[in-house]
Design a protein around this ligand. Structure first.
Ligand code: PGA
Length: 252
């Protein structure tokens, strides 16, 4: 049975002090939650990763990085490698977020390399993709999503999919307050499972967790998460507040 996941992407928010206090509050509020089939992940900025990852040790909360470089090491000023993440206890990484694609020119080809590097280092990947508003308006959204998945992930062997979590994030819904309707999310998630099943097999498609991302908050999470093919959320804004974030975890 695939896992339900709530992952908080803190983006470029929270310094070291606020990161530590936010994760502490989250841990405390989740204390009495058995989290049987639910994983809770937080993704602070690089500077807070080590301390936050220490804080979550022996708790059910996990830590992810928001990005990493595809090379092993070398002259890449300002970048962070998979091994560096590993050295501070981080083995989950978000790749392909639309903000990375848009503002930092991360192409499908670069992302495919990052995916390979992460997997080589036994990391788990939260792979993000999703269409922009024009694609949705021109009804090209299925094609866009299919090509992002094909170019970023379909070179992998079926066995590698055990380390992949998908996050469908329509760009028009990120940070805009506008969410895809639960029906739109379900429709796309079912489509994603279908193309994975066609490329690989039913098992791979059924076992991969597919998160929805884009203005998820406590007020709309229950309905979205209740959809058959939606296995949780990648959360931006609402993940910055412990009460909201924990309310999302409790929305299944
Ligand atoms: P949002 O961000 O929840 O603030 O829309 C989601 C994301 O970017 O992952």
């Amino acid at each position: 049975m695939r896992k339900q996941i709530v992952a908080g992407n803190w983006k470029m928010n929270n310094d070291l002090k606020t990161s530590k206090s936010l994760v502490k509050k989250i841990i405390k509020k989740l204390k009495n939650n058995s989290l049987k089939n639910t994983r809770v992940i937080v993704a602070p900025t690089f500077v807070s990763l080590e301390k936050v990852s220490k804080k979550v040790k022996k708790t059910k909360v996990e830590v992810a990085a928001q990005n990493m470089h595809q090379a092993k090491s070398g002259a890449f000023t300002g970048e962070i490698s998979a091994e560096m993440l590993e050295s501070v206890g981080v083995n989950i990484v978000i790749l392909g977020h639309s903000e990375r694609r848009e503002y930092f020119c991360e192409t499908d080809a670069i992302l495919a390399q990052k995916v390979d590097t992460a997997l080589k280092n036994n990391m788990e990947i939260i792979f993000c993709f999703g269409e922009i508003l024009e694609d949705r308006k021109s009804e090209n959204h299925f094609n866009v999503v299919e090509s992002q998945l094909k170019n970023g992930l379909f070179h992998l062997e079926a066995t590698a999919w055990g380390n992949i979590i998908l996050a469908y994030e329509p760009v028009w819904a990120i940070g805009t307050g506008e969410t895809a309707s639960p029906e739109q999310a379900q429709e796309m998630h079912a489509f994603i499972r279908k193309i994975i099943s066609n490329k690989y097999n039913r098992d791979v498609a059924e076992n991969v967790s597919i998160l929805y991302g884009g203005s998820v908050k406590p007020a709309n999470a229950k309905e979205i998460f209740s959809k058959e093919d939606v296995d949780g959320g990648l959360i931006g804004g609402a993940a910055l507040d412990a009460d909201n974030f924990v309310a999302l975890v409790n929305s299944f």
